[in-house]
Design a protein around this ligand. Structure first.
Ligand SMILES: [Zn+2]
Length: 485
């Protein structure tokens, strides 16, 4: 008995020692840098952002509805607003409406960097108009904000990057490393005519890039429980995308003599079955990398938990599973988005069809999703096909140990000394996926400050950016270009 107690006691001691040792060696991944004061930019920068918003460069699902005059207007506006960019950089228009600027560096042995954004914005649903404080395409500047569609997504990106280059040319800065600015015109409908063609054009010239920066994460307050500081989340990977169409065809007939299950019943049961079978949780990889960056900044109790994921993994997972956003960062997600069937109340439908949208985690694949659905449903009555829109495999994961990530982290901490930096997984899709053959380092980060409530303004109602935050983002790009030399 005494021996057993001794064994238990020493095991507990050993476990405690391991837990504490791991907690104490769970070091901060933030780097110590001197803050860089913001570069002085005048209020004309705000006026220019407001004007850029006034071009209704809307992407419609039906690309035939594109109003080309708005894009041409934006191009002329950029040319007039940034005379130094116009004379010191070369501009190529790709597929007529996409823009590729090149600022030639003096040292051709250095790989160029490429800063991205997109010219197009999503439409405004007329039903939401009463909810807007100011008309969405007026670019109203008020109460410390610039309002309008594209203020966050992402005219602010184009304008702050171009302001930064204009500033540097004016200061007589000459880059050693070539800088590209690339602005597609159809990101919101997949980027196949814009970013895809820009990337193809660069590939044909055998360009290899040091890194690419596109939209994705931002600097968000209150996003990580247990962390008071704002966190700059930098997307190091994005999920893949595929939609499958499930179809059931039955005989139909009069509803007074129905079979035990109609086409609607069969398909509903199938969707319900899919919803109860989730893809396996993947805590390793990008999710784990994020915890490595935020965990060490928490109090001792939380540090102990995150430093010992080998033991507390299931507890962490069950917590993350409670919120849709965090759950989506651990799984390939399954969302039934379209269901069609039935014409008349007393007629059995001859067909029921549904579209299921999947966002694919790295490690899974489009084929894996199809196999998963076949295995789970295991029902010959249900036909499974891809929708006409083709899918995207999940992106590769950019390395947080790379010089490029460190450069981005350093720049962020210089311009935003009050924030923490953490890598994360982008749940949506960005134009950056088209650049996968040009570099190993793709980072999805927009240096603007948001609070949790701002997230629904993106693609939503009353989109706006704070003037202060916009000015910081110009400084960020100035510093980034300087640091990359
Ligand atoms: Zn966007």
């Amino acid at each position: 008995m005494k021996r057993i107690l001794l064994i238990i006691f020493s095991s507990v001691l050993l476990l405690a020692a391991v837990l504490i040792f791991r907690t104490l060696s769970f070091h901060s991944k933030q780097i110590s840098v001197e803050a860089v004061p913001l570069y002085k930019t005048d209020d004309a920068t705000i006026q220019r952002l407001s004007e850029a918003i006034q071009f209704k460069t809307i992407s419609y699902q039906d690309s035939g509805k594109m109003d080309t005059s708005q894009f041409n207007g934006l191009h002329r506006f950029l040319q007039n607003s940034f005379p130094l960019v116009d004379s010191f950089l070369t501009l190529e228009k790709i597929n007529t409406y996409s823009l590729l600027y090149k600022w030639q560096g003096s040292n051709v042995s250095l790989k160029p960097i490429l800063l991205m954004a997109h010219q197009d914005v999503v439409p405004v649903d007329p039903l939401t108009l009463p909810g807007w404080a100011h008309p969405p395409f007026d670019g109203v500047v008020k109460d410390g904000f610039v309002f309008g569609r594209g203020a966050l997504d992402i005219k602010s990106g184009i304008m702050s990057e171009m302001e930064a280059v204009e500033y540097l040319v004016r200061e007589n800065f000459k880059p050693e490393r070539t800088v590209y600015l690339a602005y597609g015109h159809d990101e919101e409908i997949g980027g196949k005519e814009g970013a895809f063609k820009i990337a193809k054009h660069l590939q044909e010239q055998h360009v290899e890039l040091e890194f690419v920066i596109d939209e994705g994460g931002s600097i968000i307050s209150g996003i990580v429980p247990g962390i008071a500081k704002p966190v700059a989340i930098i997307g190091i990977a994005e999920k893949g995308y595929v939609s499958l169409e499930l179809t059931v065809e039955e005989e139909g007939g009069h509803s007074s003599m129905p079979p035990k299950q109609t086409a609607i019943g069969i398909l509903s049961a199938a969707i319900s079955k899919l919803e109860t079978h989730s893809f396996p949780t993947k805590m390793e990889g990008v999710g784990s990398a994020m915890l490595d960056y935020v965990g060490p900044e928490m109090d001792f109790g939380m540090r102990l938990v995150f430093a010992n994921r080998w033991l507390f993994g299931p507890v962490i997972e069950s917590q993350l599973d409670k919120k849709n956003s965090t759950r989506a960062s651990m799984h390939t997600t399954i969302a039934a988005t379209i269901f069609k069937s039935g014409e008349k109340e007393n007629v059995l439908p001859i067909k029921a069809s549904a579209v299921i949208n999947f966002r694919i985690m790295s490690g899974d694949s489009i084929q894996g999703v199809i196999d998963f659905v076949k295995t789970v449903l295991n029902d010959e009555r249900i036909k499974i096909g891809m929708t006409s829109q083709f899918g995207d495999e999940p992106s590769f994961v950019s390395d947080t140990e790379s010089e490029s990530f460190k450069l981005l982290q350093k720049t962020t901490q210089q311009i935003f000394p009050d924030v923490l930096v953490a890598p994360y997984l982008v749940l949506g899709a960005t134009d950056s996926k088209h650049y996968k053959n040009l570099t190993k380092n793709i980072f999805r980060f927009e240096p603007t400050r948001l609070v949790d409530a701002d997230l629904k303004r993106i693609h939503g109602t009353d989109e706006r950016i704070s003037i202060e935050s916009y000015k910081e983002s110009i400084s960020f790009y100035i510093q980034l270009i300087k640091n990359s030399n």
